[in-house]
Design a protein around this ligand. Structure first.
Ligand SMILES: Nc1ncnc2c1ncn2[C@@H]1O[C@H](COP(=O)(O)OP(=O)(O)OP(=O)(O)O)[C@@H](O)[C@H]1O
Ligand SMILES: [Mg+2]
Length: 365
């Protein structure tokens, strides 16, 4: 199952242009495929040079990268939380995603109408935030009513939950997104299960003009950067129009065009990487002559649960894991050679899987 990202923002800020650039990426290279499931849903693979390294050594029949799913959610307008526009549908779409890509217009172009009349990214961001916050308030208030009743019976857990909910309510009423709230790890874990919109991880995309892309900033971007402080979110500069152009090019042409803008990797590749990183995800690999595959897990996942991502039987019947470090694999060139020099470690059920580990699970069901 691919992780799902929703592209949100005001109308006409460049969401579909960005989405289409992503969907055109398939012309680029076979290791960067994209397919459109529905007109507004597409799958893109996470570029990972480690897969290529392994593929060079093993020459497997198949290489399977990590996949992300992007949903182009139609523009959100003021009043959406009250069902304005297609408000309820959009908010329901957002509820389904694992993380949000929030596109903010930072380009000036008189040809492109701005719904609020002028370019003001901080104001725009706040319109979207406000709608999502109102929806979260609604959810929180329902929970407050419930937990208050149970808390009155003397239930300790409900009492604590009630206090936590009150704190979140207060935070939202001050106009903040929940992801920036000061929570203890255990509280954060609990709140994460409530499907709140402003709790979801976010990557901000400043959609800038060509000139700004060269200079790497403008006054709009600077203000936006300031406004997202404290949200623990990344801001990426993208010129959606140029990304659309780049997506049509061959890899060689792409490199040339990017270097003209002083860029190493495209905005889309940056976006894909940032989206992946901001969920605290890491990758481990399985590697054999049939298939090399990237698997996605949360940082801190132990070996049996990591095995469970492949199949629940692997977790249920977990015995041990054999682990090779990518560096060792590169040095000794094969699993066999790693085994001979003792570079395969045997790990038990408490082993915390590390980014880049090449894993082989032993199980019995
Ligand atoms: N960086 C940019 N510089 C200049 N023009 C841009 C840029 N990005 C997008 N545009 C233009 O802005 C217009 C709106 O873009 P787009 O249709 O992608 O917006 P949208 O956010 O999907 O809107 P909606 O919410 O209505 O679906 C298009 O004409 C597009 O070419
Ligand atoms: Mg659109």
């Amino acid at each position: 199952m691919a992780l799902k990202y929703g592209i949100v923002g005001l109308p006409n800020v460049g969401k579909s242009t960005l989405f289409n650039a992503l969907s055109n990426g398939k012309a680029l290279a076979s290791n960067f495929p994209f397919c459109t499931i529905e007109p507004n849903v597409g799958i893109v693979s996470v570029p990972d040079e480690r897969l290529q390294i392994l593929a060079g050594l093993i020459e497997p029949k198949k290489v399977v990268p990590t996949l992300l799913e992007f949903v182009d959610i139609a523009g959100l307008v003021k009043g959406a939380s009250q069902g304005e526009g297609l408000g309820n549908k959009f908010l329901a779409n957002i509820r389904e995603v694992d993380a949000i890509v929030h596109v903010v217009r930072c380009f000036t172009n008189d040809q492109v109408i701005h719904v609020a009349g002028q370019v003001d990214p901080v104001f725009d961001k706040e319109i979207i935030d406000h709608e999502l916050q109102l929806k979260d308030l609604e959810t929180i208030e329902k929970r407050i009513a419930k937990s208050e009743k149970i808390a009155k019976t003397g239930n300790k857990e409900a009492q604590q939950e009630f206090l936590l909910l009150k704190k979140l309510e207060d935070w939202l009423q001050q106009g903040h997104n929940l992801r920036g709230a000061d929570l203890e790890p255990a509280q954060r874990e609990l709140v994460n299960t409530w499907q709140l919109l402003t709790m979801k991880p976010v990557v901000y995309v400043a959609n800038v003009d060509e000139d700004t892309l060269r200079k790497r900033t403008n006054s709009h971007v600077a203000k936006l950067q300031e406004a997202i402080k404290g949200e623990n979110a990344e801001l990426i500069l993208v010129c959606a129009n140029i990304e659309a152009e780049i997506a049509e090019l061959s890899p060689e042409e792409k490199t040339i065009l990017l270097s003209e803008y002083g860029l190493g990797i495209s905005g889309l590749d940056q976006l894909i990487k940032a989206s992946y990183n901001n969920l605290n995800l890491i990758t481990y690999f399985t590697a054999g002559p049939q298939e090399i595959r990237a698997w996605t897990i949360q940082q801190g996942t132990k070996a049996p649960q990591a095995a469970g991502v492949i199949h629940s039987d692997f977790e249920r019947g977990f015995i041990k894991a054999e682990v090779i470090k990518l560096d060792d694999y590169q040095t000794y060139k094969s699993e066999l050679a790693c085994r001979e020099v003792g570079k395969i470690r045997i790990e038990g059920k408490d082993y915390i899987v590390q980014d880049g580990d090449i894993m082989h699970f032993r199980f019995n069901v």
